[in-house]
Structure formats: C-alpha cells, structure tokens
Design a protein around this ligand. Structure first.
Ligand SMILES: [Zn+2]
Ligand SMILES: [Zn+2]
Length: 363
C-alpha cells in the first residue's frame, strides 16, 4: 500500500510504497476512504512540535474495516468506521472515571502501537505511527479501541471530520465549557475546528456568537455556520470589540489557533465569572500569560481542551444525529478534496488558510 511519509521536518512529504503488517490481537486493519488535513499534523511537519521520524501522519479519518485480529468483537470486515486518535485501555484511572479520552495509554503509544511495536515499515525500516491512526495512507492498522462503527448511511467523507474537527469543536462547547442557552460566546480562529466551535455554540443555544479571524472568507463562512457577529482582528482590537458587543465581556471564549497572545485575548475579553477554553494545540515552547489581578478579581477560568473532552463512543453518535437532523452542517465543511499523491498541496492550502477543511480522498 502507499502512504505519505514525513522523513524530515520542513521537507515535503513523500508518497511511497509502505509495508503494513496484518492486525495482531485486538487490532483492526482499515481501508482509509477519507482523511482530513489538520493543523496538528502541520505542527509536526513544520517542527513546531517534535515527533519521532520517519512517521506517517494523519489523525482524522474514516474508512472500511478490511480485516480484524484475534479477539476483536466490536467490528468485522466491511463495517464502516471512524478512527479515534485517543485509543483507551478501559482500566486506568481515567477510563474508570468515564473519561477515556484522557486514558493513560496516550503517553505510552507515542509513535508506536499499544504493544510498543509498529506495523508500518519502509524499505525494511520501521515507520512511526501517529496517535495510533496514521491515516495519510491507503490502509491503517489501529487498536480496536481506536475505531467506532457507524451506519453506512453516513458518507465517509463527513464521518472523517467526526474523527477530529467536529468532535473537538462541538465538544469544547458542550463538554469542556458547558455553554448555557442565551449566553455570549467569542471564538478566536474559525478554521476547521473553530468553525465547529461556532456551530456548537449555535446548537447549544448561545444568543451571541462572535467569530474572530484575520481572513475575511472565514468570517463569511462563520456567519453561515451560526456567528451573529464577526470581527476581523486585522482591522480592530477584538477584545474591545467583544466587550462592547457583549456589554462588558463574553461568558465564554474559545482560542482555536494555538497562540499564547490569542489565549490572553480570550481571557481578557471575558465577563466576570467567564470561562476561556484553549482548544488550539500550541507549539512546544509556547507559555500562556494573563494579567493576575484581573484574573482573580473577575473570577475568570482558563481550561485546556483535548478532543472536545468527549466521551467519544457516546458523543459521536449524538453528533451524527444532529447532522442527520440538519442541525450540524458537515458536508459544507469540506471545501477541497485531493488524492493522496497531492498531499503536499493539501498541506500548503491548510498553511495558507484556504477554505475550511481539505480532505484526502483515496482512489
Ligand atoms: Zn486534528
Ligand atoms: Zn485507560
């Protein structure tokens, strides 16, 4: 099979023939149908975050089960599945507490499968797996806990987006922040994940939804997805503009870029008692700073958000129902598709901020 390999930071990916071993016990081989190109992948390509190389990136995907290893009982060959980039063990302190997206397994599987080995190799050398997904490839072998079976009625292109962007964005609103009906929400950064924060806020019943971005086409899209107001941060100071639109500050603010200066703005635009959520993954050395007295005196909160704080197996089927009821716009998120051979074009488009979500669609 073929896969896009990152051999060296800052260099184009190489689409090459790769060997993939069959699934072992409790593993599943999936023929990838569609896979998203996300800012988290871009961080590793650019070297903003470090990862063992060479690696096959890609963490947002859907496809069809090709083969299952021994002991797999939740899916079988032919099933349509979404890949989950947070596999879970089912028996650690986080899994026991009903928060499997925080499973301890995450720190053990960096570049590897849960048993500490790899299924991918190139010219006889092992290749690293990425988040136990590695979906920028025609096939992937993943842990059983990293697949979720879905109805064949859901297009696999749309399903791929539920693997990261939609679940993270909507989850940040409903799970991490628990946005209340009638409240005011500011969203900094309206790319693939941020646009889902906007529509999550609409679904949660926020009365005021303010989208902040530097790109006019994204602000226009944000209006279609539910923003009631838009601010181009190139033209005006977003903190002051948000404070004036919300009569003193937003109840919730979401930073969906991964920049410390913007996290600070998200905290500063809050009303008293407000909650800011850091959703965007920042580069390695980024540190957040906020003004101390205002943080304390105004009882503000800053929370991190991983994978939409989602209980994935319960939440993703709900998101699918919202999509089927036309409450969540998912088809409209896909603004470009590319074959695997053009992965570098898809990455360049993401880096420029073109469109909302680009998908690699396998032939
Ligand atoms: Zn992602
Ligand atoms: Zn666990």
């Amino acid at each position: 099979m073929r896969a896009a390999i990152l051999h060296e930071v800052g260099k184009p990916l190489a689409v090459e023939a790769v060997a993939l071993e069959p699934p072992r016990a409790r593993e599943v081989a999936v023929r990838i149908t569609a896979t998203g190109v996300c800012h988290s992948d871009l961080h590793y390509i650019k070297g903003d975050l470090a990862f063992p190389l060479p690696v096959v990136l890609g963490h947002e995907a859907a496809g069809v089960v090709a083969e299952v290893g021994s002991g797999v009982d939740s899916v079988r060959a032919g099933d349509h599945v979404i890949l989950l980039f947070a596999p879970s063990c089912g028996r650690c302190r986080y899994c026991d507490a009903g928060r499997p997206h925080l499973c301890e397994m995450r720190s053990r599987v960096r570049g590897k499968m849960p048993d500490g080995t790899t299924r991918l190799s190139w010219q006889g050398q092992p290749l690293h797996h990425f988040t136990c997904v590695s979906s920028w490839a025609e096939m992937a072998v993943v842990p059983e806990s990293g697949v979720l079976r879905i109805s064949e009625e859901v297009p696999l292109t749309v399903a791929a987006l539920l693997g990261c962007a939609v679940t993270t964005g909507v989850g940040a609103v409903v799970n991490t922040a628990r946005v209340q009906p009638g409240s005011s929400v500011a969203v900094f950064g309206t790319g693939g994940v941020g646009i889902n924060v906007v529509q999550g806020a609409r679904v949660a019943g926020a009365a005021t939804i303010i989208a902040v971005d530097l790109l006019e086409h994204r602000l226009e899209a944000a209006r279609r997805f539910g923003a009631t107001h838009t601010i181009n941060a190139k033209e005006e100071d977003p903190v002051r503009a948000i404070q004036s639109l919300t009569r003193g500050g937003a109840d919730y603010a979401f930073e969906v870029i991964g920049r410390a200066t913007v996290v600070r703005q998200a905290v500063e635009c809050l009303a008293r008692g407000g909650v800011a959520v850091a959703v965007g993954l920042p580069p390695t050395r980024e540190e957040y700073a906020v003004a101390g007295p205002a943080f304390v005196l105004n009882e503000r909160t800053l929370r991190g958000c991983f994978y939409g704080s989602a209980t994935l197996r319960a939440d993703i089927p709900r998101l699918i129902e919202l999509y089927q009821g036309k409450r969540l716009l998912l088809d409209e998120l896909v603004t470009a598709t590319y074959p695997l051979d053009r992965v570098n074009e898809a990455v360049a488009a993401l880096d420029r901020g073109d469109g909302l979500r680009g998908l690699l669609v396998m032939g």
